[in-house]
Every structure is written in C-alpha cells, then in structure tokens.
Design a protein around this ligand. Structure first.
Ligand code: NIG
Ligand code: FE
Length: 417
C-alpha cells in the first residue's frame, strides 16, 4: 500500500482524542504539535509522532514537504445549501434598504425565488453550476461538506437535487453528506390555499421521505423549524417519519425568533440543531443535556446584517457541544470561505482559536455522525488533511478573508493544490 510522509510542518494540529463531540474544557484542546510528522498509508492516517521516529518506521514513504506550514485535519463543514441556480445578490440591497429576510420571503423572494429557479433547471445544469462552487469551498480547506436539498419543494424536484448531490459525490474527491430538506419552506402554491400547508406536510411524510429512503439518497432529514415556517408540531411529525425511514435528524432551529426548536432537537435526539441565534434559556439547557451538537453559523447573521449572534459562550459554559459551519447558500451566506467563519467564531462568538478549530473539525464531524472517521489527525482516521500557508494556527482566523489553504487531501488523494 502506498505510504506518504508529511514532514517539516511548523505545527501539526491533531485534534486527537475521543471520537465524539467535545464539550467544555475539551474544546480548548486542539492538539498543537511541533516537530511532528504524519504518516498516511493508503486512505488512512497510520501514525502521528516525532519526525525522526516516524521517518525511521517508514523509510520508503513518499515525502510531502510541508515547508514550515501548518498541517491540520481537513475542515468539516456540516451545514450547506450548495446546490442552487442563480445567485440572489438583489436581496442584499433590499435588506440594506430595510427589508427584512422574512419580509422578502413573504413577498415571494428568498427561498421561494431559488425554488422557482431550481425547478426550471435540469440535473445536468445543477451539476455544472455546483462543480466550480464546490471546488471553491475545497480551495479554502473544506474536505467534508454536508449538502442539503430544499430548493425543489416537490417530490420530483427534491429528488432531482439529491441525485445532483449523488452525482457530484462521484465527480469530486471531497466527501459530500446529503441531507433531505423538503421541509425548507411551504411552497408558494401550497401557501396560497388554506389546506395547502397540511397537504404539503403529508407529501413530505407520505411521498418524499419514503422515496428518498428507498433510493438511499440522503443520510439526514432536516426541517426549517421557525415561527412563520414549520411549527414545532409539524417538525416533530416530519422528523419522526424520517427517523422511522432510517434517516438521521437535523433541525434549523431558533434562527431569528425562539420557537422551541432547540428543545425539540434534544427531545428527538437529533444529531444537530443549527443556527440558534435566538435560542432561549431552556433551549440552551436542553442542548447542554443532550447529545445534539449546537451548530453555529455566524456568517449568516453577519451577511443578513443582524447584530445578534448565537450565545456561543453560554452554550459552551452550559456544557453543550458546538460546531461551526458556513451555511453556504445563495440567500443568507454566499461565502465559500470556511476559515472566514472561524474568524467570526472568534470575533463575534467570543470563542478561542482552539475552540473554533475543534468546532470546525471534530465537532463538525460529530454533527454528521462521522466523529470516528474524519476531523482528527490520528491513527485509523481517514487521511483528510489541509495544509495552510501560515506558521501558527492562530493565523487561520487572523488573516480574515484571505485564502491560506495551500494543499488538501481527502482519503489520501490530493483535492486542492
Ligand atoms: O440556513 N434558514 C433557512 N435556510 C437557509 C437560507 C436559505 C435561503 O435563504 O436560500 C439558511 O440560512
Ligand atoms: Fe441552512
């Protein structure tokens, strides 16, 4: 089996430890090693340790000279809506002029506008549009990313989006994790009729979930549980059906107004509750006592022009596991730059550098049920690595908006150079 030895890194950030979400003091341990080497055998990390020791044990390995840069686990972006048609730049100026995100949606813009657009496009077109976008995400160090459907909102269009993700998985070296988000919005044609809402929930439960599960098109189901979108009861009904069909559960919860979404995520044992900028005290307590990862998306609040951010410090102090993600999507977070989100984690969420690094690796992996597979440079883990053109890990959030990712690998194969 081919062996590759990563030598001469200024720092190797291992994030090594238990293969599960980190909480509390564990979040402050990113595992910063100097003079360390990483040995990759085939698609796995074989060893991490002092350079001389590792070198002696693998004299024939191909050498990758890290050139005094920082080597770390590839970034795990556990929340994106990366499949879409046209960008929605017109909404930026509308928001700047005082029109709020929910008001734009109520007028038929927002998610509805992306739905009209995606419905008109073929799977081939969606693949062609997504490929360069996903490569941009990879060029910033992302090696695993979750990708949601949710701009189809009809059986055929949701399946089209999920099949697009499946084709992209075969075309790209990155690891893609598909999530079914048929409950992203009530489609406009259903909102137009009193019984439309109930009928749409039935379509999700009786038609979409069984079809998605039988074709094996998604690992998770997600619902936008928010006042004005799906209620807590509708969300419970949809996610209970998804669980029975064998899907893992995720929620968009308490993004703009507190609505009991975080509490529901804990009650259902969802793998993650995402957004949480408006989480309540009882929501914080619920997540602190649950296995559910609190996934924070500070880029979204920044781009929407909101001053409020998720109470990250309270969540950490209460004992919740937090992850960071980009929420890459055409409406509320069009950045492909995941390290920029780490900057916001420090400057807006008041997290330490170690906390944002663990939140974007180990805990991102846990938010995808992959904590035993990716997110750590430790023996047995997938050989997913990112090499950053910096000398100290603290430079990742520091050079904000810059692209410092120099090279990256997934399963031992080079993704970006
Ligand atoms: O995570 N909040 C709901 N969904 C997306 C936004 C999608 C859109 O506006 O197109 C989010 O921010
Ligand atoms: Fe989202």
């Amino acid at each position: 089996m081919s062996e590759r030895l990563f030598l001469h890194a200024a720092q190797v950030i291992t994030c090594a430890g238990a293969p599960r979400a980190r909480r509390g003091a564990e979040l402050r341990e990113a595992g910063v090693e100097r003079g360390a080497a990483v040995l990759v055998r085939g698609d796995r990390i074989a060893a991490v340790g002092p350079q001389e020791v590792i070198l002696r044990g693998a004299p024939d390995a191909e050498i990758v000279d890290c050139g005094g840069r920082v080597l770390m686990p590839g970034l795990v972006d556990s929340h994106t809506h990366a499949i879409f048609g046209k960008p929605r730049y017109e909404e930026q100026e509308m928001r700047a002029a005082g029109h709020d995100y929910m008001a734009i949606a109520a007028a038929g813009g927002g998610i509805h506008s992306s739905v009209r657009d995606v419905r008109q496009r073929s799977e081939d077109e969606l693949v062609a549009l997504a490929l360069p976008r996903l490569r941009r995400l990879a060029s910033h160090g992302t090696t695993t990313l979750e990708v949601k459907s949710g701009y189809g909102l009809s059986l055929d269009d949701e399946l089209k989006m999920l099949r697009t993700i499946r084709r992209l998985s075969a075309l790209l070296p990155m690891r893609l994790v598909p999530t079914f988000l048929g409950a992203h919005e009530i489609p406009q044609e259903a909102r137009a009729r009193t019984e439309g809402r109930r009928e749409y929930v039935d379509v999700i439960v009786r038609q979409m979930i069984p079809a998605v599960a039988s074709e094996g098109l998604a690992s998770f189901a997600d619902v936008f549980c928010e006042p004005g979108v799906f209620t807590v009861d509708e969300t419970r009904e949809i996610l209970t059906a998804a669980r029975q069909a064998g899907l893992g559960l995720k929620l968009h919860a308490d993004e703009l107004r507190p609505g009991g979404g975080a509490e529901l995520a804990a009650e259902l044992g969802a793998v993650s509750a995402d957004h949480l900028a408006a989480i309540s005290e009882s929501g914080i307590r619920a997540l602190a006592g649950a296995s559910t990862v609190a996934t924070l998306l500070p880029g979204t609040m920044l781009f929407l022009g909101k001053t409020r951010q998720a109470p990250a410090r309270e969540l950490v102090e209460a004992g919740a596991a937090i992850a960071l993600a980009s929420d890459f999507n055409p409406g509320t977070s069009p950045t492909p730059n995941f390290p920029l989100v780490l900057t916001l984690g420090v400057s807006q969420l008041h997290l330490s550098v170690a906390e944002v690094v663990v939140a974007a690796t180990v805990n991102g992996a846990a938010a995808l049920g992959l904590a035993g597979e990716v997110g750590q440079l430790a023996p047995g883990f997938s050989a997913d690595l990112a090499l950053f053109d910096i000398e100290d890990v603290r430079e990742i959030p520091y050079w904000y908006g810059d692209r410092r990712c120099h090279r990256s690998w997934v399963r031992g194969n080079e993704v970006h150079h």
